[in-house]
Design a protein around this ligand. Structure first.
Ligand code: GLC
Length: 406
C-alpha cells in the first residue's frame, strides 16, 4: 500500500483557507484569540479568483513532486469542498478542482483534514481554542458525528484518494485531545472501508501507515517495534504553513534539496509546503523556490525517486542514497581535489556526476594494501578515491552516481 509513497519521495503540501486572506499565519484565529463569529466574516471576503488547481498541480509536477496534500479543512473549520454538513464553506468546490487537477498532472491525491474545529459550536474550548480565555462547557460527542460525516463525504464524493493526513491529537498525558475524542478506531475503519488503497497518517493518535515529523529533519531512520516505518518530514518554506505576507524567513533551494536528500537517505519523504495567497495562487517567491528545486530535480531525480537508504556508510560531509546498484553521493561539502569513500574499493564499475553524466576518474586502495602516494595520513585500505574538479558544479547540490558491481 505504501509502495507508491516510498517511490514518490517528494510531495507538495498546500495550506489554503480563510487564514490565507488574513495572511498572518494559519493559526491567526488562535494567536489573536478571534471569536468564531468575528473570524467567520473572512468568508465574505474569500475570493480565490486566481486559484488555478491545474497550474498548482503542474508546478508540483515540474518541481519533481509526485503527490500533493491539500487542506480540505484546517483548524478554523472552513471547508474547501461543497459539503452538506455546513454553510461555512468555499463558494467553489476547490477540493473537486484540486483532485481533478492532480489526476490530470499524474500526481497522487492527498487531503489534509483537521480534527480540531474552532468554528463548530460543540468543539471543546481547550487550551488551543481561540475562546480559551472564556471557557465554557461543551460536549465533544455532539461534534463527533459532524467530523465523521465530513470525512465520509471526502472519501465518498471525490473518487480515489491516495493519502489522508489527519491533524492532530495532543500528546498522551497532556490533558488535551485523545483518540477517543474522535473515535479514532472507527474513523480509521471508515478510511479502510471507503478507500482501501489509501494511506493514513499517524495523527489520529493511533498508529497509521506512516509517521509525520513536523518542521524538523530526523537524524536516524524512524522505527516502530524496532523496524523501519515509512515517514514523511513536513516542512514549510518560511515557518508558516498558511500564506504569511510579512514573513520573509525563506529557506533556500539549497537547503530544501538537502532536506530532501537527507530524508531519502534515512528512508523518508519530504512534504514541502506552500501557502497560496488570499487570491489562491502560489506566491511568486514560492513559485521561484519550487522552480529552482525543480531545476535540480530535473537532473537528479534518479537519486531521489525510487531511491532509499544505502548499504554503505558515507564519510562526513557526504550523504548517500541508493537505487538498486546505483549509489548516489550527495556532496554537502565540496572536497579539495580528492574524495575518499571508505569500503568501496573493488565495488565500482563507473562513476560520474549525475547532472551532466561526466566521468569521474578514481583510484582504489585494495583492502589488503597501503595507499599509493598519499602517505602519511593515507585513507584506510578498501577506500575508493575520486578525483574531483577544483570548481564545484553550478547545481544546488552536486551528486555523484556510482555504479556498483553486483
Ligand atoms: C500542525 C499545525 C498546523 C499545520 C500542520 C502541518 O499541527 O497545527 O497548522 O497544518 O501541523 O503538519
Amino acid at each position: 500500500m505504501t509502495a507508491w509513497f516510498a517511490k514518490a519521495r517528494f510531495g507538495l503540501f498546500l495550506h489554503f483557507g480563510l487564514y490565507s486572506v488574513a495572511a498572518r499565519h494559519e493559526w491567526v484565529m488562535n494567536y489573536e484569540e478571534i471569536p468564531p463569529d468575528v473570524y467567520e466574516r473572512y468568508a465574505e471576503f474569500f475570493e480565490p479568483d486566481l486559484f488555478d488547481a491545474r497550474a498548482i498541480a503542474r508546478a508540483a509536477r515540474e518541481a519533481g513532486q509526485r503527490y500533493a496534500v491539500l487542506t480540505a479543512k484546517h483548524h478554523e473549520g472552513f471547508c474547501l469542498w461543497d459539503t452538506a454538513t455546513t454553510d461555512f464553506k468555499s463558494p467553489r468546490d476547490l477540493v473537486l478542482e484540486y483532485v481533478e487537477a492532480c489526476r490530470a498532472e499524474g500526481l497522487k491525491v492527498g487531503l489534509y483534514y483537521s480534527l480540531l474545529d474552532w468554528h463548530h459550536p460543540d468543539y471543546p474550548v481547550d487550551r488551543h481554542h481561540p475562546l480559551r480565555a472564556h471557557p465554557e462547557k461543551r460536549d465533544i460527542s455532539k461534534y463527533r458525528p459532524y467530523l465523521h460525516a465530513q470525512v465520509r463525504e471526502l472519501l465518498t464524493d471525490y473518487g480515489q484518494i491516495d493519502y489522508l493526513f489527519f491533524d492532530f491529537t495532543d500528546e498522551p498525558g497532556s490533558g488535551g485531545t485523545t483518540p477517543q475524542d474522535w473515535d479514532a478506531e472507527a474513523l480509521m475503519a471508515m478510511c479502510r472501508e471507503l478507500q482501501p488503497g489509501m494511506i493514513v497518517n499517524d495523527r489520529l493518535g493511533i498508529p497509521g501507515d506512516l509517521v509525520t515529523p513536523e518542521q524538523y529533519q530526523p537524524v536516524r531512520p524512524l522505527l516502530r517495534d524496532g523496524r523501519p516505518v515509512p515517514w514523511e518530514a513536513c516542512q514549510t518554506v518560511n515557518g508558516s504553513w498558511g500564506y504569511h505576507r510579512d514573513n520573509h524567513d525563506f529557506k533556500t533551494p539549497e537547503m530544501i534539496v538537502r532536506m530532501l536528500a537527507g530524508s531519502v537517505a534515512l528512508g523518508g519523504n519530504l512534504l514541502l509546503n506552500v501557502g497560496p495567497t488570499g487570491r489562491g495562487e502560489i506566491a511568486p517567491v514560492d513559485a521561484a523556490l519550487l522552480a529552482a528545486v525543480g531545476e535540480w530535480m530535473r537532473r537528479h531525480s534518479p537519486a531521489i525517486h525510487g531511491a532509499g537508504p544505502a548499504d554503505h556508510v558515507p564519510p562526513s560531509g557526504v550523504t548517500y542514497t541508493q537505487r538498486g546498484d546505483r549509489l548516489y553521493a550527495h556532496l554537502f561539502d565540496w572536497p579539495f581535489g580528492l574524495l575518499h569513500l571508505p569500503g568501496l574499493a573493488g565495488r565500482v564499475r563507473f562513476a560520474r556526476f549525475l547532472h551532466d553524466g561526466s566521468e569521474i576518474r578514481y583510484r582504489e586502495i585494495p583492502p589488503d594494501q597501503e595507499a599509493f602516494n598519499l602517505t602519511p595520513a593515507a585513507p584506510d585500505p578498501g577506500t575508493l578515491t575520486l578525483t574531483l574538479p577544483v570548481h564545484r558544479p553550478e547545481v544546488a547540490l552536486p551528486v555523484i552516481e556510482i555504479l556498483l558491481t553486483s
